[in-house]
Design a protein around this ligand. Structure first.
Ligand SMILES: [Zn+2]
Length: 386
């Protein structure tokens, strides 16, 4: 068993290094007495480096059991995720929750910068900011330009398609202009989110959603950008529209997938019937809630999966079927009691990518690293990134 530990502030003594190990073990939810363990090597005194602690069965148990486990001297950051590579393909980073505002009420100061730091130090290599309206697309592009590893989509969510109004050409022209702007510095890397949502027609009726989708498929044809597709309870309607308009695009991800294996296979079959197509299924916490969800994921091929958090939404809860595979947990507080260095209960962040990977790994019976590596490569290929 091997843990990867990020040592902060320079650990000066063996006691401190053992404290890290102790806290790491409890962080992973494993009691020390159950772990076969020893520290075979730790470099002390070099701060902010990742060291491998190899746990073997040869060492004396008493070495650990006699140690005190509470100490303020060692800051613990057992950072296995730092050794992984993730691209969060669906992060709603414009959401006010990341500024401490929940349903219109400020509950704590903005911790946006801290969230970003936490992402980068937990294996996130790139984050794609999701936009759902023209205005959000503008904001997303602005935000993407503040950091070299942030990117964004441009597009109109199915529930927001009323914004196309009477003259969809005018609206489309504005989206087109924004895309051209964002293509200049390669910050806009996908169209979306676009698609259909029959679960929330109170915001936008089905006919308007379909018109908005078709209008944006024209943009796809012009720009050849990959599609970030939203599909909720549409039967095979969305699939049928994508099939009928398959000349408009070559790459698409059906994000936040929570439908049947039959529908997933239909989307993926486009890869076989159309040699120019590259279609993926996007998974986040909402795709891993129920036993039925998990059965679907079990059957999906790893080389067709992209991972996402859909943050701040789609948190993975103890009541969810996928929870039993989650090993990495982050210090968390309720929004009202937020403190520096803590995530917020029910608010997902990009750093939670590892939990999605852990569940997929558990279902596939392979290592988290293998899942992370394959999905990272899939994402790079999908976006045409380097
Ligand atoms: Zn969506």
């Amino acid at each position: 068993m091997q843990y990867h530990i990020l040592v902060k502030h320079g650990m000066k003594t063996k006691l401190q290094s053992i404290l890290i190990l102790t806290k790491t073990a409890s962080y992973f939810g494993r009691s020390l007495s159950l772990i076969e363990r020893s520290i075979s090597a730790i470099a002390l005194s070099k701060p902010r480096q990742t060291y491998n602690l190899r746990l073997t069965s040869n060492d004396k148990r008493s070495d650990f059991e006699n140690m005190e486990t509470s100490s303020n001297t060692a800051e613990v950051n057992d950072n296995f995720s730092a050794s992984l590579s993730f691209i969060d393909i669906g992060a709603n980073m414009l959401d006010p929750m990341f500024k401490g505002i929940y349903r219109g009420k400020e509950k704590h100061p903005s911790d946006f910068e801290e969230i970003m730091d936490r992402a980068w130090s937990n294996g996130l290599k790139k984050i794609v900011i999701t936009a759902g309206t023209l205005e959000e697309s503008r904001e997303a592009l602005k935000l993407a330009r503040t950091h070299p590893n942030l990117y964004c989509t441009v597009g109109v969510h199915p529930t927001r398609c009323n914004e196309f109004g009477q003259d969809s050409e005018v609206h489309l022209a504005k989206l087109r202009e924004l895309i051209q702007d964002g293509l200049n510095d390669s910050k806009v890397i996908a169209l979306g989110e676009l698609g259909l949502d029959y679960a929330r027609t109170e915001f936008c009726d089905i006919e308007t959603q379909k018109k908005g989708l078709l209008a944006q498929l024209e943009l796809a044809k012009e720009t050849r950008l990959p599609l970030f597709v939203h599909n909720r309870e549409t039967g095979s309607d969305l699939y049928d529209i994508l099939c009928d308009n398959s000349h408009c695009f070559s790459r698409a991800v059906i994000h936040s997938f929570d439908d049947t294996i039959e529908l997933a296979n239909k989307f993926l079959s486009l890869n076989n019937t159309h040699p120019d197509k590259d279609i993926y299924i996007g998974l986040n916490g909402c795709s891993l809630k129920t036993d039925e969800n998990l059965k679907v994921v079990e059957e999906l091929p790893l080389n067709r999966l992209l991972l996402e958090t859909d943050c701040p939404w789609c948190d993975i809860r103890p009541t969810h079927a996928g929870w039993r595979f989650v090993q990495s947990k982050f210090p968390t507080k309720p929004d009202k009691k937020w403190e520096n260095g803590h995530c917020v209960k029910s608010r997902t962040e990009p750093c939670h990518m590892i939990q999605v990977a852990e569940i997929v790994a558990g279902l596939k019976g392979c290592s988290v690293k293998e899942v992370a590596d394959i999905c990272y490569e899939n994402s790079i290929r999908f976006y045409g990134l380097q």
